[in-house]
Write a protein that binds this ligand. Structure first.
Ligand code: GLC
Length: 361
C-alpha cells in the first residue's frame, strides 16, 4: 500500500503528459486523488458539501470604490445567481479602503450598509455566502491602486485584525449560511510564516463573537495549491481550506490588461494533454493535502478572461468543473458579470456556453 502511495505521489508530482498522447488518453492515464469529502465527518465537512456550485460576485465591492471597475451590485444580479442554480455566492470586499487609517480602524457605516445589502440579498435567496477580505494591497506588499490611501506599515496587521473584529461582530447574528474567508490571496509581503501568524490572529478575533461559524482559510502565494504544504491551520474544528486555480495561466489570462505581457498569449486554445496535466496536477495536490489533513477544501476561484475565445473558454470551464467535482470538491467560478464573467449586464444576456459549462449536465 505504501509503495503504491509513493508511486502515486511520484506520478502526481511529475505531472508529465505522455509525449504525443491525446487528451482522451491523458484523461484515462491520470490518477484521480479524492479530497477529504465525507460530509458526515464534521460540521465543516457538512457545510463544504452544501457549497455545491458557486459564483464570485467579483469586481464590485472589491474595486477601490464600487463602480471603479464597471460593476455595481443591484437586485437583478442576485436574481440571476439564484435562477442559474448556484448554491453559493462568494463576495469579495475591499474593507481596507473603507476603514480609518488609525486605531480603532473603524469601518465606514455606509460601506457596511452596502455589504449588508449584498449579504442579505443572497441569504434571502437561500444562498450560502462566503464573505472575504480582498485587495488589502498594502498588506500583501502590492502597489496601491487609484483611489486608495496609504496607512503606516507598522499598523497593517493590527488593522486587518481590527477589521475582522468589527466584521465578525457586525454579522454575528446572521444565518450560519454566512461564512467568513479571512484573506484573499496572501502573497509577497505575507510570507508563509507571516501569513500563518496573521491568520491565527484574525481567526481569534472572529471567534470572540462567532464561536462556531465556519471560516475559510487559504495558503500563501495567492492561494496556490503548491503553498498548502506551508499552511499551518489554527486548531479549530470549523475550518474549510481554499485554493485558487488558474492553470494554464497563459491560457486563462491571455490578453488580461492587468498582467504584463499577457497580450503575447492571445490565440491560445485549450486543452491538450499537457494543459490537462497543468489542470489536474494542482487539483491532485490539493486533494492529497485535504485527505492527509482531513480538512475539506473548496476551490474558491477558477475562470478565464473575456479575451479568450469563447469556444475554448467553454471547453476549459467544463473540464475544470468536472475535474474538481471528480475529486470530491466544490467550487466558485470567478466571476459573474465582469471581465471573467458569465453574464453580460449591459445586454442582460447570459454567456450561454459558459453558463452551460458550469451548470449543465
Ligand atoms: C484574483 C484577484 C482578482 C482577479 C482574479 C483573476 O482573485 O484578486 O482581482 O481578477 O484573481 O486574475
Amino acid at each position: 500500500m505504501k509503495s503504491f502511495f509513493n508511486l502515486m505521489t511520484v506520478l502526481i508530482l511529475s505531472g508529465c503528459a505522455t509525449p504525443g498522447a491525446s487528451l482522451q488518453e491523458q484523461i484515462a492515464a491520470t490518477p484521480v486523488v479524492v479530497a477529504s469529502s465525507d460530509c458526515s465527518l464534521s460540521k465543516a465537512h457538512a457545510v463544504s458539501c452544501k457549497l455545491g456550485r458557486g459564483i464570485n460576485l467579483g469586481n464590485a465591492l472589491d474595486a477601490p470604490l464600487e463602480g471603479d471597475w464597471g460593476l455595481r451590485i443591484s437586485e437583478p444580479l442576485f436574481d440571476r445567481i439564484a435562477e442559474a442554480g448556484f448554491a453559493t455566492m462568494r463576495l469579495p470586499v475591499r474593507w481596507s479602503n473603507h476603514a480609518d487609517a488609525t486605531a480603532p480602524y473603524t469601518i465606514d457605516p455606509e460601506f457596511f450598509a452596502r455589504v449588508d445589502y449584498a449579504v442579505d440579498a443572497a441569504l434571502k435567496r437561500g444562498l450560502y455566502v462566503v464573505l472575504n477580505m480582498q485587495h488589502y494591497q498594502q498588506l500583501n506588499g502590492d502597489t496601491l491602486q487609484e483611489h486608495e490611501f496609504v496607512v503606516p506599515q507598522a499598523v497593517l496587521e493590527d488593522r486587518a485584525v481590527a477589521m475582522w473584529q468589527q466584521i465578525a461582530r457586525h454579522y454575528q447574528d446572521r444565518s450560519p449560511k454566512l461564512l467568513f474567508e479571512l484573506f484573499n490571496e496572501p502573497r509577497r509581503r505575507l510570507t508563509a510564516q507571516k501569513w500563518n501568524a496573521l491568520a491565527e490572529r484574525m481567526l481569534a478575533a472572529v471567534r470572540t463573537s462567532n464561536p462556531d461559524r465556519v471560516v475559510v482559510i487559504g495558503p500563501g502565494e495567492s492561494n496556490n495549491p503548491k503553498a498548502l504544504q506551508h499552511l499551518i491551520l489554527p486548531q479549530d474544528p470549523y475550518l474549510i481550506a481554499t485554493v485558487h486555480h488558474y492553470e494554464p495561466f497563459d491560457f486563462t489570462h491571455q490578453g488580461a490588461d492587468f498582467i504584463p505581457g499577457a497580450s503575447a498569449w492571445l490565440g491560445r486554445s485549450c486543452c491538450n494533454a499537457a494543459q490537462y496535466d497543468r489542470i489536474t496536477g494542482p487539483l491532485n495536490q490539493t486533494a492529497q493535502w485535504s485527505a492527509a489533513n482531513r480538512v475539506p477544501v473548496w476551490v474558491g476561484e477558477f475562470g478565464s478572461y473575456e479575451r479568450v475565445p469563447m469556444e475554448y473558454r467553454a471547453i476549459y470551464t467544463r473540464l475544470v468543473r468536472d475535474e474538481i467535482e471528480k475529486r470530491g470538491m466544490r467550487w466558485a467560478y470567478w466571476e459573474l458579470a465582469s471581465c471573467f464573467g458569465i453574464y453580460d449586464e449591459s445586454s442582460r444576456q447570459w454567456k450561454t456556453p459558459l453558463r452551460e459549462a458550469l451548470m449543465g449536465q
